[in-house]
Design a binder for this molecule. Structure first.
Ligand SMILES: Nc1ncnc2c1ncn2[C@@H]1O[C@H](COP(=O)(O)OP(=O)(O)OP(=O)(O)O)[C@@H](O)[C@H]1O
Ligand SMILES: [Mg+2]
Length: 488
């Protein structure tokens, strides 16, 4: 008879004895019954030569699945698929791969340093179902590890750690990156699980496809790689392991593409934080606590999200209509009424005590108007690196030409070089010109289209200057003639 059979038989004898005792217990006074049960348990433990450890899927009132449970699940999924007879299939990565794990009540045997370990996956179903529960179901799953008592130290110490480490290593290898976004505070219904919703993150942008000055690109790349390897350094200097980036520049210069490239480089998740959906500073803190390590927390268009900019500035500035971006202004006004997140709340989110929960995180703000931001928000230490994403220069164009047309040089490059120096055009607009619109369009016609667009942009810019000069002249005359003009 194997140890496994022995354990099963002994286990069932003990279980039967416990069952019989449960029937008899009701005939005893409560105190006496509890007393007998205590000694009975001790007796069972004395004769039962095994130790059993359970790992529950949810611990206490936590909404999140236990990290240990998930690590064991992954560890056993590599192990159990060979031995277990009943398996659960979990389809991942757009139905491209299947992860198998032990089905409920299935048992597998693992071996560690010559010692046998029995794993069972079990679930308990509550007698009374909750009328309303946040969990998808009320069944409580757990893994039970059983081994011989004489190996207790190895099981509790080395083996459990080995399983958790292996499980986490498998997670890193098979990790699917996610793009999270926060739902409106009023839709959380007190349930942590509804705070962030996510989709799989599969953005194709990389540092190779990102068009910008190669030296600047290399500097950012090194900065990111150094950060990701600096766990010990941050600990040594007493800083939490996080780094802030401010990406600024006109629309279409590659700020969002840069964030995607960063996530792809470091294999991080992205939390796209929509500040206007957050009710107040308390909710902001809850969201922060619920983000994982190895992630990028992004607040796009920070100047439009909240009135974070005007608090320390003159009121007069606020009263001016946002003529440049009326849609964003309207949105901003609408949202300002709903959210009570303040600048100090946001600063606390970035580098207050709460920000130290979790580690290995990037916090990125993007803006089209860096000059509008409160200096406190972007000072070094909060936003450690300020990166300007600007209009297309010749270096940027060369990366786009290589990516979009497979061209490293061409006779027309010299003309484009000269024209880019004279005209402001975003990489997004340049990329649009370089993209062939039909099968007949070859590289040269794309370059010619770009030259035409650059000529048009130059002419438009010239007309704007003439127009503004005319308006300026007119305004001076108006000011001379009237004392109650708007600017006064
Ligand atoms: N530097 C760049 N390198 C490569 N592609 C770029 C770059 N800038 C813009 N693009 C192209 O233009 C599109 C728009 O760029 P992106 O969304 O990154 O701009 P943005 O700076 O985030 O704009 P906004 O300020 O409006 O959010 C991208 O999908 C990409 O195809
Ligand atoms: Mg963007």
């Amino acid at each position: 008879m194997t140890v496994g059979d022995h354990m099963t038989q002994l286990g069932s004898v003990m279980a039967s004895a416990m069952f019989i005792w449960a029937i008899f217990k009701q005939w005893f006074p409560e105190d006496l019954g509890n007393h007998i049960e205590k000694y009975f348990q001790r007796l069972v433990t004395y004769f039962y030569p095994y130790i059993t450890i359970t790992f529950h899927e949810y611990q206490g009132d936590e909404f999140e699945r236990s990290q240990a449970y998930m690590a064991i699940e992954r560890y056993l999924s590599t192990n159990s698929s060979n031995c277990a007879k009943r398996l659960k299939a979990n389809v991942i990565k757009d139905c491209k791969s299947v992860v198998l794990s032990m089905d409920d009540y299935e048992e597998v045997i693992d071996e560690f340093k010559g010692i046998k370990m029995w794993w069972t996956s079990t679930k308990s179903i509550p007698q009374q179902r909750a009328i309303f529960s946040y969990h998808a179901d009320d069944e409580k799953r757990y893994y039970k590890l059983t081994s011989h008592r004489k190996h207790r130290d190895i099981v509790v110490g080395d083996y459990v750690q080995h399983v958790l480490d292996e499980g986490n290593a498998i997670a890193t290898k098979t990790r699917q990156r996610k793009l999270y976004t926060n739902s409106k505070s009023e839709n959380w219904y007190g349930n942590k699980r509804t705070m962030w919703s996510h989709i799989m993150f599969e953005h194709p942008s990389t540092f190779d496809t990102l068009a910008m000055d190669p030296n600047k690109k290399k500097e950012i790349l090194n900065d990111l790689l150094t950060f990701s390897k600096s766990k010990d350094y941050y600990k040594k200097v007493g800083k939490s392991w996080k780094r802030g980036y401010l990406l600024y520049g006109p629309p279409g210069t590659g700020k969002s593409s840069m964030i995607a490239a960063m996530a792809n480089l470091l294999d991080y998740d992205i939390y796209d934080l929509e500040l206007t959906s957050v009710n107040d500073n308390t909710d902001l803190r809850k969201l922060l606590i619920d983000t994982s390590s190895k992630s990028i927390i992004v607040i796009e268009d920070i100047d439009c999200s909240l009135d974070l900019t005007g608090q320390r500035k003159k009121k007069k500035e606020d009263k001016k209509p946002d003529q440049k971006d009326p849609i964003r202004k309207k949105e901003k006004d609408k949202n300002k009424k709903k959210t009570e997140v303040t600048l100090s709340g946001l600063l606390n989110f970035i580098d207050g005590l709460w920000s130290a929960c979790g580690s290995e995180r990037l916090i990125i703000f993007t803006t089209n108007h860096v000059e509008k931001l409160d200096p406190a928000l972007i000072r070094r230490g909060r936003m450690d690196k300020h990166i300007e994403m600007s209009y297309c220069c010749f270096q940027t164009f060369k990366v786009l030409a290589k990516n979009y047309l497979d061209l490293e040089s061409h006779d027309l490059f010299a003309t484009i070089d000269r024209m880019l120096g004279e005209t402001k055009m975003t990489p997004a607009d340049v990329a649009e010109c370089l993209m062939p619109k039909s099968a007949e369009e070859d590289a040269e016609s794309c370059l010619n289209e770009l030259i035409k667009s650059l000529e048009n942009a130059k002419e438009e810019a010239r007309l704007k200057v003439v127009e503004s000069e005319d308006n300026g002249g007119q305004k001076v005359q108006e000011c001379d003639g009237s004392s109650d003009s708007e600017d006064d």
